[in-house]
Design a protein around this ligand. Structure first.
Ligand SMILES: Cc1cc2nc3c(=O)[nH]c(=O)nc-3n(C[C@H](O)[C@H](O)[C@H](O)COP(=O)(O)OP(=O)(O)OC[C@H]3O[C@@H](n4cnc5c(N)ncnc54)[C@H](O)[C@@H]3O)c2cc1C
Length: 496
């Protein structure tokens, strides 16, 4: 790139790159500056344990990428990214070799839930059936009237409740466990709103969209985005941490894929006191301790159907998971934590050498914890898969403190970059009409600390970039980001 760029983007996570893609598609020159040694932020794949074992460093399962209007228009498939769906979207093993199996079909899943089957179909069926419309609303700016108010109202009837209240809908330990396993994703006590709504949404997404992994690893997504940016003439620099806005090259717009805490540091006294105080009030949640395993074979789940699942929620009954989450959010390390497990090999066997497997697992811990939870995580897996420990060839561990050290966006190891309370879902990161603007003209926040929500969907970056296009470049309307406008370069690795 010659001369100063039109726009500088700090951070190359999926949102930073979505901003870069949008601005490049509008014909602007963009420069992305990434502090880490590689691009991708929370969407990377590396040989963390042994040669030939490719682990997703952060995100592994991609219902939101599949449902995202940004990625649909960007057309990941045309860019060589293939979503691989396991036969079972997710499973929730229980003691005694029992398990709840959630497949693509609502009816099939309901049939396994005995006395709660009818109620499950009544609550989940309409949500799954209208998932496209619901995602359009949930992944859109909150300040516009919803495109589908009646459908949204139907979701809202259940969506605003804590999981502890919604669990009263169901009597069987199986159905209640499914709700706990999904409602615990946001790292909040299950007595807090809107954990119930988040749980229902994640169950419905499994039926409507699926819980796919990316063939070859999550990095394929961000590689395709970076490829589109460079093919359009943009530049991407890695290994350069930005400590102050003053270090950046002159540009008409600056988009920051950083946490609200980092925004305060980077901008310093250029931000008015009131905005700085609002950023200070922003709340971060519990952290995660993550362990990646290289295994000599597939996990020997006691329940055979669990072997076909991509994702598993471990922790036992609703009450057990509620107790574990209450402890982690109250500053204690649970002895029997809630553990999220992904076995990519169930859908993408090429992640490890023939016959071998990778396993991805994390549990929730107090914010900033330096405690290594490998023992507790392995004990929970062993509880439902006796003999698991005998298969371990190598492991790579990151405590919550180390998660933050690798990526400062994850403050205290909080992978959602802020709690998902009702308040912080609506007002993210501060209460204002357009949350992407900062008080400094031409400077925008575009990370997952802005609406709509955390995850790999690119909408925070896209919506921040559209604001910048309107504000400082006088460009209205979303540019065409399809392969016709931003063709993929030939350099992309072939799909396995
Ligand atoms: C362990 C883990 C598991 C997850 N699992 C899933 C999942 O299965 N599915 C899902 O959808 N989501 C998942 N997520 C969440 C998802 O990864 C994030 O929501 C998403 O990556 C956010 O994208 P982002 O672009 O906002 O930020 P990030 O992806 O965090 O990227 C921010 C980038 O900015 C860089 N940066 C920050 N500050 C600076 C600076 N000062 N100078 C230069 N560079 C800087 C960082 O190095 C980083 O590369 C997971 C996250 C983690 C950590």
């Amino acid at each position: 790139m010659q001369g100063d760029p039109d726009a500088v983007i700090v951070g190359s996570g999926p949102n930073g790159l979505a901003a870069a893609v949008t601005l490049a598609a509008a014909g602007l020159s963009v420069q992305v500056i990434e502090g880490g040694p590689a691009i991708g932020g929370g969407c990377r794949t590396e040989e963390l344990t042994l040669p030939g074992f490719r682990h997703d460093v952060c995100s592994a399962v991609h219902p939101l990428a599949l449902a995202s209007p940004f990625f649909r228009r960007f057309d990941l498939e045309a860019r060589g990214v293939r979503f691989a769906r396991p036969q079972v979207e997710f499973a929730h093993p229980l003691d005694g070799g029992r398990a709840v199996i959630v497949s693509g079909s609502v009816a099939e899943t309901a049939a396994r839930l005995g006395a709660d089957g009818r109620s499950y179909r009544r609550v989940i069926g309409p949500l799954a059936g209208h998932m496209d419309e619901i995602c359009q609303v949930l992944l859109a700016p909150l300040r516009r009237p919803p495109a589908h108010p009646i459908i949204l109202a139907c979701y809202g009837v259940h969506g605003v409740w804590p999981a502890s209240v919604l669990a009263r809908l169901w009597r069987t330990s199986e159905a209640r466990a499914v709700l706990a396993g999904t409602a615990a994703h946001p790292k909040m006590p299950l007595t807090a709103a809107p954990t119930g709504g988040i749980g229902l949404m994640l169950i419905a997404l499994a039926h409507a969209v699926g819980y796919p992994v990316v063939a070859g690893g999550s990095a394929r997504i961000t590689d395709a985005m970076a490829d589109a940016v460079t093919a359009a003439g943009g530049s991407i620099e890695t290994g350069r941490w930005v400590n102050s806005l003053r270090e950046l090259p002159p540009a008409t717009a600056v988009l920051l894929d950083v946490s609200p805490l980092a925004l305060g540091r980077l901008a310093g006294d250029r931000l008015p006191g009131r905005y700085r105080a609002a950023l200070h009030r922003y709340r971060y949640g519990a952290g995660v301790c993550k362990v990646d395993f290289a295994l000599s074979g597939p996990v020997p789940w006691a329940n055979q159907d669990c072997r076909r699942a991509g994702t598993l929620h471990l922790g036992g009954t609703f009450e057990e998971i509620a107790a574990a989450e209450a402890m982690a959010t109250a500053g204690q390390h649970p002895r029997r934590p809630y553990v999220l497990v992904v076995q990519p090999g169930a859908a993408d066997p090429a992640r490890a050498p023939a016959g071998r497997h990778t396993l991805w697992a994390y549990c929730h811990v107090p914010a900033g914890s330096g405690v290594n939870m490998t023992g507790q995580i392995e004990a929970q897996i062993e509880r439902f898969a006796p003999g698991f420990r005998d298969l371990i060839l190598a492991r790579a561990v990151r405590t919550a403190a180390e998660v933050e050290a690798h990526n400062p966006n994850y403050v205290g190891g909080d992978i959602a970059v802020g709690t998902q309370t009702l308040r912080q879902t609506v007002f993210r990161p501060v209460p204002q009409w357009n949350p992407y603007r900062t008080p400094i003209r031409g400077v925008y926040l575009c990370s997952s600390a802005t609406p709509p929500l955390p995850g790999v969907h690119g909408r925070c970056g896209e919506l921040a970039a559209l604001t910048a296009l309107r504000d400082v470049f006088g460009i209205r309307g979303a540019p065409d980001i399809s392969p016709a406008r931003l063709p993929p370069a030939a350099s992309l690795p072939a799909n396995p």
